[in-house]
Design a protein around this ligand. Structure first.
Ligand SMILES: Nc1ncnc2c1ncn2[C@@H]1O[C@H](COP(=O)(O)OP(=O)(O)OP(=O)(O)O)[C@@H](O)[C@H]1O
Ligand SMILES: [Mg+2]
Length: 250
């Protein structure tokens, strides 16, 4: 079952250098929650962290300042001062892929604009967290999917998933797509683990690790009020993120 692309499996390749791309196995799986938790953790460690939501779509405009709620949350978690356009160059007020939304609205999606915006943010910050939308194969244009953009920005990927039935299949498909596009995967984040998990839910992270040969970076519980301050603690022992854990006891 294990894939054998050694270059992508190579651990050195997986270590995030100047940033991370956060993808997921589905929309609503917890990408923003994970990205905000990581942004908060990094900035609370004194790291100048930037955030980006290159492509966002949604049912409407979120606020006067930010068209997308994700952009607003990311900016708040990282405490950055960039404006909406800088963090989120491409927005459509239609809940669809950027490609379909652009066809419906007769708008345009430019990977180059987003790449330029990413480069500007990279100049200003020491570490960049970039949130995708939906999953890794979301169509951006008739010729490009999200994975093409991740290849351009050259970041390693983390995959956010859940323990619901079907997640293993979705993670394996996501990993296979990352391999196809040559994207190094740093690891998997399990979100919304129930407080009383079934045996199958408990075993899902173990099976994911075995089947993908990737680390499960964090298991985040189902929370009544998911706040990034409390979410950040689940990443404190991910040494590849910013060096060895501060309270290293083991
Ligand atoms: N661990 C958690 N416990 C409880 N609720 C959660 C948890 N993680 C995320 N949520 C909630 O689930 C919803 C979707 O989460 P989030 O917005 O992070 O998903 P997403 O993958 O970023 O979605 P999108 O594809 O729209 O960007 C939000 O209302 C969020 O507050
Ligand atoms: Mg989101």
């Amino acid at each position: 079952m294990r894939t054998t692309n050694h270059q992508i499996r190579n651990k050195a390749n997986r270590i995030p250098k100047k940033g991370i791309f956060i993808t997921g196995t589905d929309t609503g799986v917890g990408k923003t929650y994970v990205a905000c938790s990581l942004a908060y953790l990094l900035r609370s460690r004194g790291i100048n962290v930037g955030v980006m939501k290159p492509f966002a779509t949604g049912t409407g405009i979120y606020s006067q300042k930010f068209r997308s709620e994700d952009t607003a949350n990311l900016a708040r978690a990282a405490n950055v001062s960039e404006n909406d356009d800088e963090i989120n160059p491409t927005f459509f007020p239609i809940a669809a892929s950027p490609f379909m939304a652009s066809v419906i609205t007769k708008g345009k999606v430019s990977l180059k604009n987003n790449l330029d915006a990413f480069r500007r943010l990279k100049e200003k910050h020491d570490f960049i967290l970039v949130e995708g939308l939906g999953g890794i194969m979301v169509p951006l244009t008739s010729a490009h999917v999200l994975a093409d953009f991740v290849k351009l920005i050259n970041l390693s990927v983390i995959i956010v998933t859940s323990v619901k039935l079907g997640s293993i299949n979705h993670v394996l498909l996501t990993v296979a797509a990352c391999e196809k596009y040559g994207l190094p995967v740093s690891g998997i984040v399990i979100n919304r683990m129930p407080s009383n998990p079934t045996e199958v839910q408990t075993m899902t992270p173990v099976f994911l690790q075995k089947l993908t040969d990737l680390p499960v970076i964090a298991i985040m519980p189902e929370q009544r009020t998911p706040r990034f301050e409390s979410g950040s603690i689940y990443f404190e022992k991910w040494p590849e993120l910013y060096g060895p854990p501060i309270n290293h006891t083991c």
